[in-house]
Every structure is written in structure tokens, then in C-alpha cells.
Write a protein that binds this ligand. Structure first.
Ligand SMILES: [Zn+2]
Length: 445
């Protein structure tokens, strides 16, 4: 299978290609890249994936990411040869994605107002570092290892740094985490510290920290593991793969994600494009992206709330100048993204173009929810015995909102992704101390 995988620019008019060993995250003209495969995987693999759920001691079968390794085989390994897999594929002993699958959660369905049979929620917080990032980090660090990188780098204030730090420590490589100086509560980085990552404080804001980390990667032998890295997107495809497999590859009507940097939206879109092209699914689920009201770039632009134009992928010719003007306008007005759901507190989603492509392919929608709504969503998930972070609450209340608007119909089947587990201990404590909150159970004395 050598020569099967390569990188290709997402802009259809450009389409520059690079060898799979390339560490570019952009083409020469600054467009994002996709990992592409020349061959069409056999549909018989559905059975292989199912059989691997009985892992027989093989960690690459146990892994919820590498169980689907034929669909992300950019290393071009012999996927049935465990020695070869062990040499190339990076895994936290098979734990990434292992506990992730969709569940019915009765109290959440009742709150949303949908039949319990029609709503599935898939917790990604049970990944080893506590969020969905481990799906994509397994593949990104695999590629880092494949190209001989000695150090991975990212800009992050939370989940990405935790995941990168954990994988780096496991692989015995270095990890640099760039953050804006003085703006991040040290507690948010506690996992990165714990895993021995080197924190670098940069004067400026988060965008400056990201710029510096990309520069470090380019000029100082670092390897970028933020979601602009196309190999991150490959691993995150397994989130919808696991959901679809659980539903016997019968596509739901909707897949719902909280919207931050839009890496998840992008990877879900790419997964669905590939599965549909191969004939593995007959129907294309619609993607719904739920922004926070305080960090609503995608929703604003997609819904025509800036200059009255509805931003679209437009078959590969998106109006990127509209995006630039939107960012300039935010800067001019001094508007910074602001939400307590820090995982999606992102004003400039790095994957916005891939996200738009995903929405166009799936006839998707974007909307916003408030912080207090997200806290309700987070809390009702907890009442079912599942743990999730505040940003994940957006998936639950996003479905509720879209149902109230008639966008999601009562008999639609919906899969909502719960992106991470609770890492901010005080959020539930504060929520439950305030009796005016919908699900609050204040302490008694
Ligand atoms: Zn290009």
C-alpha cells in the first residue's frame, strides 16, 4: 500500500499535493491540507471492526481509534501485523477512544423534549487525558514519530495541552505548550505540568501564542499538534465512526458538536464525505455546531449576522475577505471571546474553512447557546451518571434549542457529542449552590 496516502490542499482551485512525510500544515499559498487516500476501503471492514471489539489482547483492537486503522492508515502499515503496528502506531496502551460510544440518557432526553430512543449522547471525556483530543493526538503523535520529531508543540490553555503532554510523556519526547502570559489561571494547565510539558509564556493574546508555536514548529524542529495539523483530523474521524458503528452504520439525522476551533466539525465532515463516497452510508447526517453566545464567530458568519452575508464554503470559493473583515471588526471594537466554557472560548476558529466545507456537505446548521443554558446541559448529563465539561452541555441544550425552532424534528435521530469531562471543579459546586438554577440541589444544614 506504499504511495497510497498523501497530503492535498483543500482549495479545489489550488489542490497542491505533498508527500505524506511532509510536516506542512498549509500549502504554499496558506490553505489548509487534507490527508487523502488513493484506494477505497472494502465495506467488509465493517465486520472486521466489529470483530475487533473482542480485542484478543491486541491494544490496536482495544483502541477506539486504531480499531478503525484501515480508514486512517497514513502510515501505510500492514494493519494485521501487530509488530508493525507496534512500531508505528502511537497508543496509550489501547485506551484512547476505548470507552467512547453513544448512550441514551433519559433525564437529558426529557429535558430536551425528545423521545429517549431518538437521542444518543457520546461521552468523549472518558479518554485518558479527559477529552476528545486523545483521538486526534494518537494520530498526530504517530505522524510526529513517523517523521522523527523530537518535540511536539501546541498553543493551548486546557484539553490540548493535557492530551499532548500525556502522549509526549508516554513516548518519551518533549512537549512545549505556548500560552499568553498572565491570562491563564495556572490550574487550567495542571495536567500539562503534571505530564512534564514545558510551559512557554508569550506576551500577547492566544493568537500570538499560537503564532509563536507554529513558528517554533517551522523553525526549531518542533511538531505542531494543534488541530490545524491534518493528522489530528484523521484521528478525530473515529468519533463519528464509533457512533455510526454503534448504530449499525445507519446514519442518524443529526450529529451535534460544541463549536470551538472547529476541528471536530471538520473531522466529522471529512469522515462523512469519505463514508458516503465509499457507499458505506446511504444517508448524510446533518451537522449542527453549537457556539457559545460569547464566542460565536461561526454562527455569526454562517447565519449572515455580519454584513448580512451568509458565509458558505461555496464549492471551495468561500468569501475569506468577509472573515477577515469580521476579525478586524472584533479587534476594532475590542471584543474578545468570553464564556465560562473555556474549551470553546475561541474567536478565530483555525479550521473555519474545513468547518464550512463540512456544513455545506451535510446541509448543516450553526447556532448559539448561553452560559447558563450550557450549565443546565452539563448538569442534566450529570444526573444520568455521566461526567462532562461545560462546553459539552452545548450539545444537549443546542438540540433543545434547535427543536424549539423546528429545525430538529421530534422524530429525528440525534447523536450529540460530549467533548470532555469536568475539569473545573468549582463549576458544579457554584451551580448547585444557586437554588435558582434548574437542576440545582443546594446543600442542606
Ligand atoms: Zn492551496
Amino acid at each position: 500500500m506504499q504511495g497510497d496516502a498523501f497530503l492535498k490542499c483543500i482549495d479545489p482551485d489550488c489542490g497542491m499535493e505533498y508527500p505524506i512525510e511532509s510536516t506542512n500544515v498549509q500549502c504554499e499559498k496558506g490553505h489548509l491540507l487534507d490527508v487523502k487516500y488513493k484506494h477505497t476501503p472494502s465495506e467488509n471492514l465493517k465486520e472486521v471492526f466489529y470483530d475487533r471489539r473482542n480485542s484478543q489482547g491486541n491494544i490496536f483492537n482495544e483502541s477506539g481509534v486504531w480499531r478503525f486503522r484501515e480508514l486512517l492508515n497514513f502510515c501505510q502499515v500492514d494493519t494485521e501485523n501487530i509488530e508493525e503496528c507496534s512500531k508505528f502506531l502511537v497508543s496509550l496502551d489501547g485506551a484512547e477512544g476505548r470507552l467512547s460510544k453513544p448512550y441514551h440518557m433519559g433525564k437529558a432526553s426529557e429535558f430536551v423534549g425528545i423521545s429517549n430512543d431518538n437521542l444518543w449522547l457520546q461521552p468523549e471525556g472518558y479518554n485518558p487525558s479527559g477529552s476528545f483530543k486523545d483521538n486526534g493526538m494518537a494520530t498526530a503523535v504517530t505522524h510526529a514519530k513517523m517523521v522523527g520529531a523530537k518535540k511536539i508543540v501546541c498553543a493551548s490553555t486546557g484539553n490540548t495541552s493535557a492530551s499532548a503532554g500525556m502522549f509526549a510523556a508516554n513516548e518519551g519526547i518533549n512537549c512545549d505548550v505556548y500560552i499568553p502570559a498572565g491570562q491563564i489561571a495556572p490550574g487550567k494547565l495542571s495536567q500539562a505540568y503534571q505530564f512534564g510539558a514545558q510551559i512557554l509564556e508569550i506576551d500577547g493574546n492566544f493568537d500570538d501564542a499560537l503564532k509563536q508555536s507554529l513558528d517554533d514548529a517551522q523553525n526549531h524542529d518542533g511538531y505542531t499538534v494543534n488541530s490545524v495539523n491534518p493528522f489530528r483530523i484523521e484521528g478525530q474521524k473515529t468519533i463519528p465512526f464509533r457512533a455510526l458503528e454503534y448504530l449499525n452504520w445507519e446514519a442518524p439525522d443529526w450529529i451535534v458538536y460544541p463549536g470551538g476551533a472547529l476541528g471536530n466539525t471538520s473531522s466529522c465532515g471529512k469522515a462523512l464525505m469519505e463514508l458516503y463516497e465509499w457507499g458505506w452510508i446511504k444517508k448524510i447526517p446533518r451537522i449542527a455546531v453549537i457556539n457559545s453566545e460569547g464566542a460565536s464567530t461561526l454562527s455569526d458568519l454562517y447565519n449572515g449576522k455580519f454584513e448580512g452575508e451568509e458565509l458558505r464554503w461555496n464549492k471551495g470559493k468561500p468569501n475569506t475577505e468577509l472573515i477577515t473583515r469580521y476579525y478586524d471588526d472584533l479587534d476594532a471594537k475590542g471584543i474578545r471571546p468570553k464564556t465560562k466554557a473555556t474549551a470553546i472560548q475561541i474567536g478565530r476558529p483555525a479550521n473555519i474553512l474545513k468547518g464550512l466545507r463540512a456544513l455545506e456537505f451535510t446541509n448543516g446548521v450553526a447556532t448559539t447557546v448561553s452560559d447558563s443554558e450550557m450549565l443546565d446541559g452539563m448538569s442534566v448529563v450529570g444526573l444520568n451518571g455521566f461526567d462532562c465539561e461545560m462546553a459539552s452541555g452545548a450539545s444537549v441544550v443546542g438540540v433543545k434549542k434547535l427543536m424549539s425552532e423546528g429545525v430538529i424534528k421530534k422524530d429525528d435521530t440525534v447523536v450529540g457529542i460530549l467533548t470532555g469531562r469536568q475539569k473545573d471543579a468549582m463549576l458544579p459546586v457554584d451551580y448547585h449552590h444557586d437554588p435558582s438554577n434548574k437542576f440545582a440541589k443546594p446543600p442542606k444544614n
